[in-house]
Design a protein around this ligand. Structure first.
Ligand code: AMP
Ligand code: MG
Length: 429
């Protein structure tokens, strides 16, 4: 090991620094509530009304005045209130037929569900006759009444600025009458894959692949991960392993994008052109993290001005994140570093993935100097199984697995130990 090499940066330090560079993008768009799933609110959403707007029935049944009920003694039905109608005040000594969602008439203080009622109609009753009702239960005041404002009160902030909208939040916004919402603009991300060995699926058939060639897999999952995080992706395809081509591609992409994301070419070999190209066009702020897989992660900026190096000016810059080429390294570094960065660019600060302690149903006896993210899967016994091949090139581990064990540097794991599990679902959305 080269003694002069700077120590790898701990993940927490790198993440803190990275988030320090991510300031929320300016720009607000008004979008239809229908189209707002996954977007981030630019303003608090305040309710102009109570939800529900008035007391209403939670059941199909009869609205009653509890004090008037004498068990077994029938009472006349004085009106019928379907959902959408408003009804009249309840006449003394009577009950009202009522349906779920209909407003409770003034004077009624409980709903009796129809299963507890016997409707009494004369044998020759004309259609529409309301009849009378015998009630077999003793209702308590307030029973089966949904109170006005019990979901939302007028003036309440129902959704907050910086919140990412979910299907449920769209429904809640609609319930207070919002047909459109103010959201932040999406981050524009340029995606590059580097590597002369890469071939696009569809370009060359598997049986025709030349020696040394591999299919570009990173491009597919990175694009999908970016889209899940609400980014607008420009896919620049494969950049050859050449300095001029790399510099030209970065320079061009920086003009129109908030972030350039690359995979591969970020290590120290002479075929790795990403790092020197970023240094030429801007600055490299973070490089090499003490995690496994994922060590060769890089973060920097590409200045948009003319000229070279610092002369171009750091004020107007495009973010740059360079992921390792090995597919699992690329996948993991995206999830633990790029994801929180992209969320912060969108104004989301609550991006810490929830981890849970679960028992390992495996041994992991090789302690590593770096913090490891082991691909595992929850089993039916409530524990975690380990994918047998933890190589950073084995993408099957990320498909077989449903998450990772966040294993501290230097730690071994014995069967039965409690370990920290983070699901992929936590790390992708
Ligand atoms: P690099 O970081 O460029 O040295 O690449 C490390 C390893 O990842 C090499 O084995 C590459 O062939 C592989 N690799 C790089 N980019 C991709 C990609 N887009 N898809 C699949 N494998 C890749
Ligand atoms: Mg390469």
């Amino acid at each position: 090991m080269n003694a002069s090499r700077p120590p790898l940066k701990p993940l927490d330090t790198a993440l803190q620094e990275l988030l320090g560079y991510a300031t929320a993008l300016a720009g607000i768009e008004q979008v239809s509530t229908f189209e707002a799933d996954g977007r981030v609110l630019a303003q608090d959403v305040v309710s102009a009304l109570h939800v529900p707007p008035q007391d209403n029935s939670a059941m199909d049944g009869y609205a009653v005045r509890c004090a008037e009920l004498d068990k077994g003694v029938p009472l006349p039905v004085s009106q019928r209130i379907p959902a959408g109608a408003s009804g009249q005040p309840l006449q003394p000594g009577s009950v009202a037929r009522i349906f779920t969602g209909a407003p409770v008439p003034a004077g009624a203080d409980a709903i009796v569900m129809q299963e507890d009622c016997e409707l009494l109609l004369p044998p020759d009753a004309a259609p529409g006759t309301l009849g009378s009702v015998r009630i077999s239960s003793t209702p308590k005041p307030g029973q089966w009444i949904r109170r006005a404002g019990e979901d939302v009160t007028r003036g309440a902030v129902v959704l907050s600025k910086g919140e990412r909208l979910t299907p449920a939040s769209l429904g809640l916004a609609a319930s207070i009458g919002m047909s459109s919402l103010a959201v932040l603009r999406r981050p524009r991300v340029a995606l590059f894959s580097t590597g002369d060995e890469l071939v696009m699926p569809g370009d060359i058939a598997p049986e025709q692949m030349p020696p040394g060639a591999i299919y570009n897999s990173n491009r597919f999952f990175l694009r999908a991960l970016l889209q899940r995080l609400g980014c607008v992706v420009t896919d620049f395809g494969i950049v050859p392993d050449q300095r001029e081509a790399t510099v030209a591609a970065l320079r061009e992409a920086a003009q129109q994008h908030d972030l350039i994301l690359t995979s591969g070419g970020v290590s120290v070999g002479e075929e790795d052109h990403i790092k020197p190209s970023v240094q030429l066009l801007g600055e490299l702020d973070i490089w090499q993290i003490a995690i496994k897989p994922g060590k060769p992660f890089a973060y920097g900026k590409i200045y948009r001005g003319e000229g070279e190096g610092a002369a171009r000016g750091a004020q107007d810059a495009c973010h740059f994140a360079g992921l390792p080429g090995n597919p699992v390294s690329s996948f993991i570094t995206f999830m633990v570093l790029v994801r929180p960065f992209l969320l912060k660019l969108q104004g989301i600060t609550q991006a810490v993935p929830v981890s849970m302690a679960l028992p390992a149903h495996f041994d992991w006896l090789r302690a590593d100097k770096r913090r490891e993210f082991l691909r595992v899967r929850r089993n039916a016994a409530g524990g975690l199984d380990l994918f047998p091949n933890q190589s950073s090139g084995v993408l099957t581990s990320a498909v077989w697995g449903d998450g990772v064990v966040d294993n501290p540097a230097g730690a071994t794991i014995a069967k039965g130990d409690m370990v920290q599990f983070i699901s992929f679902a936590e790390l992708m959305g």
